[in-house]
Design a protein around this ligand. Sequence first.
Ligand SMILES: N[C@@H](CS(=O)O)C(=O)O
Ligand SMILES: [Fe+2]
Length: 231
Amino acid sequence: MSSTLLSTTTTFDKGLAPSYQHFKEKYNLECLVDDIKQHLGESGGISSEEVDEEYLISLARKYISDPSDWIEYFYNDTSKNYTRNAIENINHKANILLLVWNPGKGSPIHDHANAHCIMKVLAGQLHETVYYAPETDSKEAKPLAIKSANTFGMNEVTYISDDIGLHRVHNPHPTQIAVSLHLYTPPNAADYGYNIFNEATGSASYVSQAHSVSKKFGLFDLLGEDVDHPL
Ligand SMILES: N[C@@H](CS(=O)O)C(=O)O
Ligand SMILES: [Fe+2]
């Protein structure tokens, strides 16, 4: 018997409720959010240059998806390609979002506004296509070149930044939704906007704000441009 199991048995024997035992044992979404807050500092704390993305990625890997953790944030607008649900805004240091992807739908090719982006699949599968960013001084229309393409299953984690390239993400399943957890630090796309790109020409269009909705707090914030390009 492992020592963890032994201590659980002891706790339970002392008459504590099973829910407490569960809380103690499980690394749930709340634990993940707390660890992210601790790393970033809820106020003051480290700058985005000091963010250790490898550490944040390791935290995202440590969390094992449990729908009972994230169902309170889950809202799916079936008229959209995907719905961005706000989980937490860490004092302008980071945004944590729950994204719900309709079957066969995805995001346009976009950058990440000079931020770190960590994505973890919580349900279903997501396909990510990474593109080389167009040369900044080139005015010539040129199709974007693909750098890599991968499908991620439940609990898999991927990372992108503008140093890696641009990407588009889509749910390849014909009938089932997919759900993912996204961490953006700093939350530049929400605060200052980002760019979407035309695959055939490489031309960029600026989007002034990435909006999100909040089911948990009853706030359906539809401010900002609502870009929802079909694949
Ligand atoms: N970065 C996108 C989702 S994805 O395509 O990674 C967003 O926040 O809307
Ligand atoms: Fe993205």
